[in-house]
Design a protein around this ligand. Structure first.
Ligand SMILES: [Zn+2]
Length: 317
């Protein structure tokens, strides 16, 4: 089988939202450290993420949203030079620093470059170790640590720029991928399957989702075995019937039982199982093509181990 790519960029370390914020640059260090000490990193085709072009970002976002974020970023730099505060707040949990704009372009660019490399046959699949994450970013606004919706942008790019007809999105972050749903709801070329803690932030995903959205809300403290059963019964038949030509994963690891931002009971073995099941679908219908993008995951140890387990399955290690 083909190679697994690993896309990242130093700019993704420079974005940060203040001391003590869980969505911190050390998350990427935890992943890199784990891949280094286990040797898993040596098996990957490591690539530098380019900046996404604005025209591609606007496949998923309004021009107003993109311009507003760029304007806020430029204003922040000017304000800092004039002695102002180092961050501009977007919502209580979400802020930009002077590097956020570049990091957001690299995060989306990683997903686009991975899509290109996979569709050209250079890689079979890829993991994008990027931040900021994306799945809460809506069509016209940023929220919940997210600015641009990396997975939704890449899915639209695969459809519009590469001419694919069916792409699937798998989201196993502990939080509902409301931004992805906002952008792709009703687009029958896309099937999105998700599982998330409910009721929980962002308190969406249960009220009349569109036909192309398969949402599995689960209560706090649900264990991995129950999650696996639900995925087997609900996701897999829909994915098999849909026959996606490519699969995108919103890979959030905050459903891990050691992660304090959520209250689900998954372990790295569960993430490996989910990855394996999705890879089976991708190999059957999509020539194994998977682009996986980092979303949540805030317990640094659990994050490193979970990403390692996820990548081991992608890369057949
Ligand atoms: Zn999350």
């Amino acid at each position: 089988m083909g190679k697994t790519g690993y896309f990242t960029h130093r700019d993704c370390w420079k974005h940060e939202m203040g001391a003590g914020h869980p969505e911190c640059p050390q998350r990427l260090d935890a992943i890199e450290d784990r891949l280094l000490i286990t040797g898993v990193g040596d098996a990957l085709d490591r690539r530098e993420a380019p900046q996404a072009g604005l025209a591609d970002i606007e496949l998923a976002h309004t021009r107003m949203h993109v311009a507003a974020l760029r304007g806020l970023s430029q204003q922040l730099v000017e304000d800092i030079q004039a002695g102002g505060p180092p961050y501009a707040q977007i919502d209580p949990d979400t802020a930009i620093n002077p590097y956020t704009w570049d990091a957001a372009l690299r995060a989306a660019g990683a997903a686009l470059a991975a899509t290109d490399a996979i569709l050209s046959g250079e890689l079979e699949n890829a993991f994008c170790a990027v931040r900021p994450p994306g799945h809460h970013a809506c069509h016209d606004h940023a929220m919940g640590f997210c600015f641009f919706n990396n997975v939704a942008i890449a899915a639209k790019y695969a459809l519009e720029r590469h001419g694919l007809q069916r792409v699937a999105i798998v989201d196993f972050d502990v939080h509902h991928g409301n931004g992805t749903e906002d952008i792709l709801s009703g687009d029958e070329r896309v099937l999105m399957v998700g599982i998330f803690q409910h009721p929980f932030y962002p308190y969406s995903g249960t009220e009349h989702p569109a036909r192309n959205m398969l949402n599995l809300p689960v209560p706090a403290y649900t264990r991995g075995m129950d999650v696996r059963e639900m995925i087997e019964a609900a996701w897999i038949p829909r994915l098999e019937a849909f026959r996606p030509e490519m699969v995108f994963i919103s890979a959030g690891f905050d459903a891990h039982r050691e992660d304090d931002l959520g209250q689900l009971g998954l372990t790295e073995q569960d993430f490996a199982w989910i990855t394996w099941r999705v890879r089976e679908v991708a190999r059957r219908h999509a020539q194994g093509r998977i682009v996986s993008c980092l979303e949540g995951g805030y317990n640094l140890g659990a994050l490193g181990r979970s990403v390692e387990a996820h990548i081991r399955v992608l890369a057949d290690l």
